[in-house]
Write a protein that binds this ligand. Structure first.
Ligand SMILES: C[S@@+](CC[C@H](N)C(=O)[O-])C[C@H]1O[C@@H](n2cnc3c(N)ncnc32)[C@H](O)[C@@H]1O
Length: 250
């Protein structure tokens, strides 16, 4: 999808991490203005640096992730008839972008609607967004935990997830989510999981599960970055068994 189409987003996707970021931005902005007016250099410098980090995170949540995932979804070169599952879909940033690339296919999103993870998170908000983006008949947001997906094995052509699995406390639960993602993929189905932590563990588990073409790479500055040791990485893999080449191969 073109950059123009991205700019034409009509829905409201809220703020990742709840309202913490906009509140921090306003508080830091006030602090910087007061410190500058009072010529208080240490709080001015410290507040300005912190404000830059918050501004970068706000860019990711409102713009960067849409651009990055637009490129990733375009890279899948979907036929249009696929069944796509979004794990931890929230208000539909990926789910609806995927649906816009489908014709006869359908997108399913599962979530437990945690408002600490995304502001205004609810199935109703996602359905409203689907209407706003013109794809209500192509998506089904469901209340379900990604550790126990309510779908038979071998159901989806593509499973995607953005900044969601790390919210599961404990490695056993996160491993369970990865196992479930692999289980519900059809043979030849493709997996794309972006997260800002634990992606090395996801990759290792996918190799243990016998997934093909397991790869992991940084998604760069436009995605969440909270330090060199906590940047968003993408894990890709393909479920073996259909003769289709692994995800990402030429
Ligand atoms: C930071 S939000 C990201 C939402 C969406 N993927 C996006 O990029 O806009 C993380 C999402 O994961 C969901 N989530 C957390 N734990 C979950 C679980 N165990 N099962 C399903 N969804 C979960 C939260 O409710 C939240 O909507």
């Amino acid at each position: 999808m073109s950059d123009g189409a991205q700019a034409a987003r009509k829905a409201d996707y809220g703020w990742d991490a709840g309202l913490k970021l906009p509140i921090a931005g306003v508080a830091l902005g006030c602090m910087v203005v007061v410190a500058a007016a009072s010529r208080l250099w240490p709080p001015l410098i410290g507040g300005s640096i912190a404000l830059c980090f918050v501004a970068k995170a706000l860019h990711t949540t409102r713009r960067g992730k849409f651009r990055v995932w637009g490129e990733l979804l375009d890279g899948l070169r979907l036929r249009g008839d696929e069944r796509v599952l979004d794990l931890g879909c929230g208000r539909g940033a990926l789910l609806l972008a995927a649906a816009q690339r489908l014709t006869t296919g359908r997108g399913v999103g599962v979530d437990i609607w945690s408002r600490g993870d995304q502001s205004g998170n609810s199935v109703a908000a996602t359905l409203r967004n689907a209407e706003a983006e013109g794809v209500p008949e192509r998506v089904a947001p469901l209340t379900a935990n990604m550790m126990a997906l309510p779908f038979p094995s071998d159901t989806f052509d593509v499973v995607i997830s953005n900044i969601a699995i790390h919210n599961i406390p404990g490695s056993k639960g996160r491993t369970r989510a990865i196992d479930e993602a692999a289980r519900v993929l059809k043979p030849g189905g493709r997996l794309l999981v972006a997260d800002l932590a634990f992606t090395g563990a996801y990759s290792r588990r996918l190799v243990e599960l016998g997934m093909a073409g397991v790869a992991r790479r940084s998604l760069g500055w436009r995605m969440w970055w909270t330090g060199p040791w906590r940047a968003t990485h993408l894990v890709t893999a393909t479920k073996p068994g259909s003769g289709r080449p692994p995800a990402g191969s030429k």
